[in-house]
Write a protein that binds this ligand. Sequence first.
Ligand code: OSB
Ligand code: MG
Length: 374
Amino acid sequence: MRIDAIILREVHMPLVRPFETSFGITRNRKILLAEVHSEGLTGWGECTAGEHPYFSPESTESAWAVITQELGPMLAAEPVHHGGDCPKIFKQVRGNRMAKAALENAIWDLEAQREGVSLSNLIGGVRETIPCGVSLGIQNSIPELLDLIERELAVGYQRIKLKCKPGWDVEVLERVRNRWPEISLSVDANSAYKLRDADHLVAFDAFDLLMIEQPLWHDDFYYHSMLQKRLNTPICLDESIRNRRDALASIEMESCQIINIKLGRVGGFSEAIAVHNAAQERGIPVWCGGMLESGIGRSHNIALSTLENFTLPGDVSASARYWTEDIIEPEVVVSSAGEITVPDTPGRGYEVRTDLVERLTVRKETIRALELVG
Ligand code: OSB
Ligand code: MG
C-alpha cells in the first residue's frame, strides 16, 4: 500500500458522566485519532492513552509527541502491506504501545477495506455477535451505584464490573450481592491494594465474583501469584500484561486465571492476537477491556472480541453510555440480550462522522516521511 498521508488529530469529547477509578476521575476525554490515507481509502486508529499517565506511563500528550516525531515518520517512510508489518517498522521505539496501536490499528482497518472484508474477518474472528458487560465507576454513594446497576441490567448487559478501592469494596459488594444474588459480577481495583491487604481481599471470596481484576501493582506478576494462592476468586490481569511474553509468564507463574486484552495496552492488533492465541493454547479465557473509547476505538474492540477465545463478556458497551453524540455512524448499540452485532461491511464497519470529528478537533498535524523532515 502506498501511504499518501498520515493525519494525527486530538479531539476533546466530554463524557456523559464522570468515570471514577482508584487512580482518578475522568470527565473529559482527550483522544488522539490517526487517519491514514492510502490509494483512495482511509484507515482510522485511536490512541487509548489517558489524559494523565495514571493507568499506564503513556498520556495523550506523550503519545502526540511520539507519533508526530517518531512513529508517524517511520510509518510514512516504509512500504506497508499489512497491519502485521507495523511492529517491525516501530521496533526501534521502546514501549509507547498505545501510540503504536493508534497507527497499527489504522493500517489493519485499511487492509480490511482494501481486501473488501470486515476487520473481524481479516483477523479470523468467529463471532457474529459479542457478549457485553459494563464497567461502573466508583460512585458517591451505594444507593447511586445500585440505581446504576439496576439500569444496566434492565438494558440487558450480561456482566457488571465494579471499580473498587480500599473503602469502596466489601460493603459495596455486600449490598450488591444482597440485592442481586445471581448476577455475573466482577471487580477491578486498578492496583489499589498491596500484598499486606491479602486477608482483606480473601473476604471478597464470599461474593462469588467472576474475577478480581488487577488487585496489586500495575507491573507485577510475582505478588499476584502469591495472592492467587490465597484466593478462590480468579485473578484477572489487565495493567500487567503488555505483550505475549507477559501473558506466558503470568500464566506459568499462576498469577492469573483470566486475561483482559486491550488493543492499546499491548500495542495493537498483532500483539493482541498473539496474547489471545497464547492464552487460548493454555486454556486461559480472555475478554476485551475498554478505555472509554470513542466509536473508532470501540469498533476495533468489537472486531477483536470476535476471536474464538473471547468467551467472557467484555467492557465493550453502547456509545450512548459515554457520549451524547459518538463520532461514528451508526453508533454502537447493545441488544436486549446484551450483545453487539458485529458489522460485516469492509473495514471497521462504521462510518466516521468527519464533520463532527472536525468540530471536536483541537489540533491536527500531517505527518511526512522521516527523510522529508529536517
Ligand atoms: O481498568 O479497565 C480498566 C477505563 C479507563 C482506564 C482503565 C479501565 C477502564 C474501564 C472502563 O474499566 C471500561 C470502559 O467502559 O471503557
Ligand atoms: Mg482494568
